[in-house]
Design a binder for this molecule. Sequence first.
Ligand code: DP6
Length: 389
Amino acid sequence: MADIITAVAPVNIAVIKYWGKRDEELILPLNDSLSATLDTNIMYAKTSVCARPDFATDEIWLNGKKESFESERLKNCLISIKKKAAAEKSVNNDFLSWKIRVCSENNFPTAAGLASSAAGYACLVTALAKLYKVNSDVSAIARLGSGSACRSIYGGFVQWCAGVDPQGVDSFATQIVDSSHWPEMRVLILVVADHKKKTSSTDGMKISVQTSELLKHRVQHIVPKRIDEIIDAIYDKNFSKFAEITMKDSNQFHAVCMDSYPPFSYLTDVSHTIIQLIHSYNKACGEVKVAYTFDAGPNACLYMLQSEVFVVISLLKHIFPSSNPEFVTGLTFIPEVPLSTEILQAIDIEPQATDLIKYVIHTKIGDGPSILSDGLHLLNEKGEPINIH
Ligand code: DP6
């Protein structure tokens, strides 16, 4: 078992969105993006890897199912780590020639439509870097798996610099502040019931790059300023500024999707009701207390300070009644000031049908990937997956 390496890696949620590539193969973005890394105690990808001389081919299992190793993105990550190891002479050539086994799982449902590829590729690359004894930055290699994965290589708030180099040598992630900088920050992920077939991020951004004038404007004139402003808001722990930029950037990303031709939309009626609810709540508070952001799907991600969690959860339960006894999972929260009747009256949204929100994950900002030393691997001593569905 000593040769099996197991890593865990976090999910990240962008507050300034990556949308559009300048190079499809190298996964180089048109604009900088910025995200918060979420706590791996609540949501994580876990990956075990090992290399042995008797393995005939490279093999991979994802969430208990055997998958093909033929994906270009997967192969690119493996080749790049091996190249780095060869350049750094960290392992010998025999070891580099051995085939590998990879087994990976998320502890949150992939079907929930939560960004799982970012955590998954960050985890794979972290485990491979340990296997091949690569010590330098591997965010640019995680980027080759899925663009947003490069941001999951660091904890806290993380910026992915788009860079200008055609080969992408300057396109990697850097940490803005670590997870201890803003300890009061909390995140609620609202998993919305939805069965709509959706356009993948990869396909959606391709259409936007080819057709959206708004995307060009965003890349040139909007994002650079927003990146500077949100970094200042994070340094100063200015929540209302942070929240306003976050919501505006989510809205602009979804406007770009509608400005694409043909247009596509990730937001459902429930997503729009959540948007309305948050604006209504902030207005009733007389201050921006909660921010929403949406990725390529209908689930909302809400940012707020710890003091707001109890009242926001009460409000969600009131507007989105649920039959789920475990409606809120993740971190426990301390009941504080209850939802006041004044606030409820000021919010002009009626309670909705039951179970439009399936459940809520309560989490916070966390650290980057880590290597597990507890021996709880996903591969057994023969190098076979332990859980197969
Ligand atoms: C909307 O990283 O999934 O979540 O690079 O093609 O794999 P590929 O796309 P992906 O796109 C994420 C888009 C987003 C915004 C973000 O995370 O910044």
